[in-house]
Ligand binder design. Structure first.
Ligand SMILES: *[C@@H]1O[C@H](CO)[C@@H](O)[C@H](O)[C@H]1NC(C)=O
Ligand SMILES: *[C@@H]1O[C@H](CO)[C@@H](O)[C@H](O)[C@H]1NC(C)=O
Ligand SMILES: *[C@@H]1O[C@H](CO)[C@@H](O)[C@H](O)[C@H]1NC(C)=O
Ligand SMILES: *[C@@H]1O[C@H](CO)[C@@H](O)[C@H](O)[C@H]1NC(C)=O
Ligand SMILES: *[C@@H]1O[C@H](CO)[C@@H](O)[C@H](O)[C@H]1NC(C)=O
Ligand SMILES: *[C@@H]1O[C@H](CO)[C@@H](O)[C@H](O)[C@H]1NC(C)=O
Ligand SMILES: *[C@@H]1O[C@H](CO)[C@@H](O)[C@H](O)[C@H]1NC(C)=O
Length: 416
């Protein structure tokens, strides 16, 4: 079963989306379309009211503004003329100097949302039942990308901390995983340090147990022959409060590992670039859609990872490079049974149980996270899928995992 979507006039007032589906799934398709709207890249669900919230951008001549639609509700979010003018003066185009929603999170009875706002990101807190009612407006810096083309992810924990993985600056050269708001001190990944993050494209984030997990793809620092992209799982402890003297305002629990999704063979065929994920919390199972590297032949595959396999790799040895000319070697994990505990150093400052020198030195795990089965569940050549969603349904005598895959059509490669 399949659907196809043809998009035209992306920057024009009239967006036409002709969606045609094969007959088997046609009865289950609901269509949402608003005149002149583009960039439906952010969707979120409000379980309280059973409503789908859509972040989109609307084009009309020289005015482009934001539209959020919760079935019958609509809220517009413009960028002001002064901000747009400042954006133009920095050499950005009309299309770039608009407000693109990049964070859309349901938080209790509020909707927390951030937009690029003409390269001056801002965030607002709105009432879910009345989206025009804005409670707070705060800076979107380190919470939302400046550039609508930069890939980012964010989540809010039940205690109100916002974890965002995004480019922190106008040029997009300073990527970070950043925690803010809530009651804990703001923390980030080390700045301009390619061992922590190396030109990442952030894909997704999840709040799981004592950790926050991030999934992304990035240039592989450990790969010494030529430039290549690897997929990663990274995590931090939610109770991390940063270091003292060393790693001040920086994570002390950040670790990352490579995810492997390959077609086995004498020379395995690698699907190196993670594009989308779907997490089944009850099964602690992560599905990922992977593609080949951009400059090689297009192909996609779906692999599933057990959270316990990811945890196991984080308990194993690190991959460590003494200096930039030396080889990457395995190094035993100084805390193989690491938990997110804290150590009380007296007065009022607690540190995590990780030694700060180690926390600065050991970032990358030596072992690679392998999927549940060595052969991907799904493989297709000549196509690059971008999203995966999974539904677990009861069959006659067993549970089935139904995978939904989607791709951005060529006309939408520019993701406005
Ligand atoms: C948003 O509203 C919630 C609920 O009132 C509040 O706890 C939170 O601090 C607000 N967030 C921001 C960023 O203002
Ligand atoms: C929604 O909030 C706006 C702005 O605070 C207010 O003017 C409007 O009356 C509210 N609408 C409803 C239905 O409460
Ligand atoms: C963001 O991800 C999309 C989809 O994988 C990709 O086409 C695009 O180039 C990425 N953006 C940047 C700035 O790398
Ligand atoms: C995931 O790992 C756990 C613990 O090793 C195991 O009990 C479970 O069966 C695994 N799940 C799948 C789907 O393989
Ligand atoms: C979270 O960490 C605490 C120690 O700080 C530990 O006692 C607890 O079992 C951990 N919870 C989970 C779900 O791992
Ligand atoms: C520091 O640790 C002690 C003992 O584990 C705990 O009672 C205290 O609440 C912690 N303080 C902070 C600021 O987390
Ligand atoms: C990745 O998986 C493939 C297929 O299962 C395997 O042949 C290959 O050795 C794995 N690569 C790494 C780096 O673990």
């Amino acid at each position: 079963a399949y659907c196809s979507c043809v998009i035209g006039h992306i920057f024009g007032c009239a967006l036409t989306c002709a969606l045609s589906c094969s007959a088997e799934i046609e009865p289950w398709i609901h269509r949402f379309r608003a005149e002149g709207t583009v960039d439906y890249s952010q969707l979120t669900f409000d379980p309280g009211q059973n409503e789908l919230i859509v972040g989109a951008s609307k084009t009309c001549h020289f005015m482009m503004f934001f539209l959020m639609c919760v079935c019958l509700q609509e809220a517009e979010w413009h960028c002001d003329e002064f901000t747009k003018g400042a954006c133009f003066s920095r050499g950005k185009s009309e299309e770039e100097c608009q407000n693109y929603i990049r964070v859309l999170l349901v938080n209790g009875d509020r909707l927390f949302t951030c937009g690029t706002n003409a390269f001056t990101p801002i965030c607002t807190n709105r009432t879910l039942t009345n989206l025009t009612e804005v409670h707070d407006q705060i800076s979107g810096m380190a919470r939302c990308p400046y550039n609508p083309l930069h890939n980012s992810t964010a989540l809010i924990t039940s205690s109100g901390e916002l974890y965002a993985a995004t480019a922190m600056d106008f040029s997009g050269r300073d990527p970070a995983i950043y925690r803010s708001l809530g009651g804990l001190p703001p923390l980030r990944t080390a700045q301009y340090n390619s061992k922590w993050l190396n030109e990442p494209n952030f894909v997704s984030s999840y709040d799981i147990g004592n950790f926050t997990y991030f999934f992304f793809r990035e240039n592989a620092v450990e790969h010494d022959c030529g430039r290549t992209v690897f997929s990663r799982a990274a995590r931090v402890c939610k109770n991390d409060i940063g270091g003292r003297f060393l790693l001040e305002d920086t994570w002390t629990t950040f670790m990352k590992a490579r995810l492997n999704c390959s077609r086995p063979g004498e020379i395995p065929f690698n699907y190196n670039e993670l594009q989308g994920t779907f997490f089944l919390p009850e099964l602690e199972l992560l599905y990922g859609i992977f593609t080949t590297n951009v400059n090689s032949i297009a192909a996609s595959a779906v692999c599933a990872f057990n959270l316990s396999a990811i945890t196991q790799v984080f308990s194993g040895p690190f991959k460590y490079q003494e200096n930039s000319r030396s080889a990457w070697l395995p190094y035993p994990n100084p805390n193989p049974d690491f938990q997110c505990g804290t150590i009380d150093y007296g007065s009022y400052v607690n540190l995590t149980e990780r030694n700060l020198q180690d926390a600065q030195k050991f970032i990358l795990m030596h072992e690679v996270v392998q999927p549940i089965v060595p052969v991907p569940y799904f493989m297709e050549d000549n196509v690059r899928f971008s999203h995966v969603a999974v539904d677990v349904v009861q069959g006659k005598d067993m549970l089935y995992h139904i995978l939904y895959l989607s791709k951005i059509s060529p006309a939408l490669d520019i993701r406005y």
